[in-house]
Design a protein around this ligand. Structure first.
Ligand SMILES: [Zn+2]
Ligand SMILES: [Zn+2]
Length: 286
């Protein structure tokens, strides 16, 4: 199966408007893989889009996708949901009556509840459903669904409003966690008796520059209590024993360029961790 990284960025885009740091300047002058759009993945065999950041329409077009059969949301936060107008591609206005090819949109239980409370998510998805652009499916916790012979099982992380997804089929097991691993302990059913073929995880905050050791985030900053750090994420990686790990949701304030991530991945691999860092357009064969 092929998983394509449509966007490797996090809540902060790279480049960030108004920022002229080394990372943003390289992103502006060189583009991909130095620039990063918001967090989103496309699982080709399943026709499954995961999350719709603001740039979703541009990402889907950039990847040359002609239709999105299915989409699932990990949580309600704006960097994962604000590009939902991408589903307007499902209506052809050149004909009358309009021709529609709706996307099956899956909302895990708490995401569906949060959609009713935040950002007008439920209202907009319902509007698009009434126009034939999407069909909404609410999933109860513990409920899985099947796509092209694969099982997709959403499960809440320790931050229970955020879900990760287990994809199983064809003798393979893939874990995709778009965001928010803080405090998570990989449960036995995720680690499994058969190793994960791939774990696609958010890289976490860079508390210390991995090359100089300098502290990048003040120790008293509250974000260190609400989000996992890169070091904590690597501890989870050690517990997961996956054959391959790709780290995404890469934030601009981490102050590292694509070249830095290549060097860091090389160092982690030397330490025995099968880790690489995501970039926009990355194609992961599992
Ligand atoms: Zn995010
Ligand atoms: Zn910058």
């Amino acid at each position: 199966m092929l998983i394509e990284v449509l966007g490797s960025g996090g809540a902060t885009g790279t480049p960030t408007p108004g920022c002229f740091c080394r990372v943003c300047t390289l992103a502006r002058t060189r583009g991909v893989p130095y620039s990063r759009m918001g967090p989103s993945y496309f699982v080709h065999e399943l026709g499954l889009l995961i999350d719709t950041p603001e740039e979703s329409r541009l990402q889907v077009d950039r990847a040359g996708l002609t239709h999105i059969p299915a989409c699932i949301y990990s949580h309600w936060h704006p960097d994962h949901t604000m590009g939902r107008r991408v589903f307007e591609m499902n209506v052809t206005l050149r004909s009358w009556p309009p021709v529609t090819h709706p996307t099956e949109v899956y909302l895990p239980q708490q995401v569906a509840a949060d959609a009713r409370a935040h950002l007008g998510l439920w209202e907009q998805l319902s509007y698009m459903q009434s126009r034939g652009m999407v069909r909404i499916h609410e999933l109860r916790d513990g409920e899985s669904f099947a796509l092209n012979g694969w099982t997709v099982r959403p499960f809440p992380l320790r931050e229970t409003y955020v879900y990760a997804f287990m994809l199983e089929g064809d003798g393979r097991r893939v874990l995709i966690a778009p965001d928010e691993l803080v405090g998570w302990q990989p449960p036995a059913e995720v680690v499994g008796s058969q190793p994960l073929d791939l774990a696609l995880l958010p890289m976490g905050l860079v508390e210390f520059d991995p090359f100089s050791g300098d502290r990048l985030i003040p120790a008293e900053h509250p974000i260190l209590r609400s989000e996992a750090t890169l070091e904590q994420t690597l501890d989870m990686v050690r517990q997961l024993h996956a054959r391959r790990v790709v780290l995404g949701h890469i934030e601009e304030p981490s102050c590292l360029t694509h070249d830095d991530y290549l060097a860091l991945a090389g160092r982690l691999q030397n330490d025995g961790l099968p880790v690489t860092f995501a970039y926009d357009g990355m194609r992961i064969e599992v």
